[in-house]
Design a protein around this ligand. Structure first.
Ligand SMILES: O=P(O)(O)OC[C@H]1O[C@H](OP(=O)(O)OP(=O)(O)O)[C@H](O)[C@@H]1O
Ligand SMILES: Nc1nc2[nH]cnc2c(=O)[nH]1
Length: 180
């Protein structure tokens, strides 16, 4: 399949335009600000998908945070998940700190679960999850829920606003779902 923006847009439905995505992120920022005010949390973005969401969320937060990132990939630039590969673990001190995990999508939850469990093993005082989107199905790993949810998406492959299709289209400003 070719991956020009035009070809991808023709093969997909727009779920949320840029305004809708950013309004949802701004609503999340308000809740997170209240919960973390005065705590100087580690703001841990999951790369690559979380980068656009993380940037917008951080700029809207209005509280001081320490930035860091992890790079863990399960999809390896493809559209089906497999084993999780850690490409970078965080450099920030996690022990004794509150952590906010920031990711573009909670799908089956394996990625966020692995990172959350790792942070807990490092001695984080609390680990909260901010997911820009949550996919609607019943295949999520048990016990994993996002504390802050931006938007829900259907059980289809989605892309845009950080989310890729075979490493294309992350920088489309809206969120799209491939047609079935
Ligand atoms: O809930 P899951 O089923 O584990 O899937 C969600 C993960 O999949 C994507 O990452 P991916 O591995 O594609 O890497 P990327 O962030 O570089 O796109 C996305 O950014 C999430 O981290
Ligand atoms: N881009 C993208 N990444 C994912 N990771 C898990 N599910 C998805 C999805 O639907 N789209």
């Amino acid at each position: 399949m070719k991956h020009t923006f035009e070809q991808l847009l023709a093969a997909s439905d727009c779920l949320y335009d840029r305004d809708a995505v950013e309004q949802a992120i701004d609503r999340m920022a308000e809740k997170i600000r209240k919960d973390f005010d005065g705590q100087f949390p580690v703001f841990l973005t999951l790369m690559n998908g979380g980068m656009f969401f993380g940037a917008r969320l951080a700029l809207q937060l209005g509280i001081d945070v320490e930035f860091d990132y992890v790079h863990a990939t399960r999809y390896h630039g493809t559209t089906t998940g497999s084993g999780l590969a850690w490409l970078r673990r965080p450099g920030a001190v996690i022990e004794g700190r509150p952590v906010l995990l920031v990711d573009d999508i909670l799908d089956e939850g394996h990625t966020l679960k692995a990172v959350r469990d790792w942070c807990e093993d490092q001695g984080a005082t609390k680990v909260k999850i901010a997911a820009m989107t949550v996919k609607q199905h019943d295949r999520c790993v048990p016990g994993l829920i996002a504390d802050y949810i931006g938007l829900t998406v259907p059980d289809r492959y989605v892309f845009g606003y950080g989310m890729d299709v075979n490493e294309h289209a992350r920088n489309l400003p809206g969120i799209y779902a491939m047609k079935d």
